[in-house]
Design a protein around this ligand. Sequence first.
Ligand SMILES: O=C(O)CCC(=O)C(=O)O
Length: 318
Amino acid sequence: MCIRASGTILPLRCWQMRSNGFVARDEIAIAHDFDQDKCNTGAAKMITEPTADQIRQYRETGFVAIPDMFNADELKEWRRVTDEAVRERITGSREMTNQADEPAVGGANDYYAKVFLQALRLADTHEGMRKLMYDPRVARMAATLAGIDAIRIWHDQALIKQPYGNPTAWHLDNPYWSFTSRDAISIWIALDDATLQNGCLCFIPGSHKTARYENSGIGPQLDALFKIYPEWMKIDPVAVPAKAGTALFHNGMTAHGAGANMTNKPRRAMTCGYMPDGAPFNGTRNILPEQLFKALKIGEPINDDHQTPLVWKKGMAV
Ligand SMILES: O=C(O)CCC(=O)C(=O)O
């Protein structure tokens, strides 16, 4: 079985043995001590409504930052749950991660495995993550920015850029996924301060308006996407440093990437890609289980409540 998330195809073979030159399970840095004083303080609860300006910015540029979306206590819980869910996955089956296969030295998977530690669909295997991910207030934020009436989870994923991790090459998200929608949206929650030094996200503003469904992989060639879209070379990219507790939202067709982690601490992010309710299947396998993949017909909606849970719709109390 293979998965293709925001990156290359990942063979799901479990790597049980430590082997020369590779990171063993117990050496993967997931969490690091954090200084409570450095994160957002104050009693205000989660921000659950974007401002008119934030909506305008999202639609115009294809991304927006919501500073302090989560307060100090909420951030602490997102960190705790993410660390625990990732640790369980990485010390367990390693399925749905990019650490599952013993990488060949210098090979594509070796590079990709060191862009970030990627652990997908943690809400499937961790009750605490399920609670956080299924929070309709978070889903409603995404739906309001995207301007849609109902929204489903495509997949959640932790993206932990390890100390000295590789840069994340420029790419689009939606072309990797099994549905096609120009309203697909992702949330990227900074669990640590994301800085220019440790690999904060960068965007090509407005690219969601002109993107076609051609994409490049998250490989060693940072500029591969610009071979497909040379016109984007004229647009100045925007780096978005984000304090821990900030949520960044971006459209599934917005070109984005991240720098290398040039620090000795992990840069943790918990993210989720959302699918507008009713978005049609496009024939791509991505993370679909084989049975569902075979049963779906191109053009029909992927409204499977287990695989793509409906997390908010208009009229739902939050
Ligand atoms: O965290 C990163 O380095 C990349 C994030 C990304 O590509 C995404 O969330 O779609």
